[in-house]
Design a protein around this ligand. Structure first.
Ligand code: CUA
Length: 219
């Protein structure tokens, strides 16, 4: 928790933590009260049952407090959902195609890869499409996930805050080899990314390799 690598990770983790703390607190409280009442009001200690018709204060408290808590959970989720749905206008667009059982990525200039490369600290929008069945594009470390449907283009945006290589998974069972739909998303320094995407090389590592080779030839 709180080790995410995108602009959405902190808020998502905070909502999750809030929900866990509230749930954990009530799990302990209710379990404790149940055991306590079972002992306190057992037959030996209370041979004659008492009939309590109501307690207005208690009823208001146990309605209003949970109401505030669940509405807070809802509000946290809704606030982040709206942010995730509001794709920035100038986001860098990459087409993502899901098919049984691979992901492929197409950049604005037509370059295509099976690993997703993105520049760091840049708004990226993915246009998600499927050529066959339902899939789901999921980057756990970025706390982003969206279903991908055939005959429908859906958008998912993010801003990667950390350099490195992270897991992409398909999070919707899509047939026999669903579990094969793992890929990597590689977050690169901006300059390296644009140099690579405009180069003829398919893999970014080939750039540095080519640069090293040309330097070696010069020297
Ligand atoms: Cu694609 Cu599961």
């Amino acid at each position: 928790m709180f080790d995410g690598a995108s602009n959405f990770s902190y808020a998502t983790d905070f909502t999750f933590l809030f929900t866990i703390i509230v749930s954990g607190f009530f799990l302990l409280l209710i379990t404790f009260l149940m055991i306590y009442f079972v002992i306190k009001y057992n037959r030996k200690r209370n041979p004659v049952a008492e009939n309590i018709s109501h307690n207005t204060t208690l009823e208001i408290v146990w309605t209003v407090v949970p109401l505030i808590l669940v509405l807070t959970m809802f509000w946290l989720g809704w606030r982040d959902y709206l942010k995730q749905e509001a794709v920035p206008k100038n986001a860098y667009a990459i087409d993502v195609t899901a098919q049984m059982w691979i992901w492929s990525f197409k950049y604005p200039n037509g370059k295509q890869t099976d690993t997703l490369y993105v520049p760091v600290e840049t708004d990226i929008v993915l246009n998600l499409k499927s050529t066959d069945v339902n899939h789901a594009f999921y980057v756990p470390k970025f706390r982003i996930k969206k279903d991908v449907y055939p005959n429908q283009s859906r958008k998912l945006w993010f801003n990667a805050k950390e350099l490195g290589s992270f897991e992409i998974a398909c999070a919707e069972y899509c047939g026999l080899n669903h579990s094969y739909m793992y890929n990597k998303i590689v977050v690169m320094p901006k300059n390296d990314f644009y140099a690579w995407v405009n180069s003829e090389y398919k893999y970014p590592s080939e750039i540095s390799l080519a640069q090293k080779t040309s330097e070696a030839i010069k020297n």
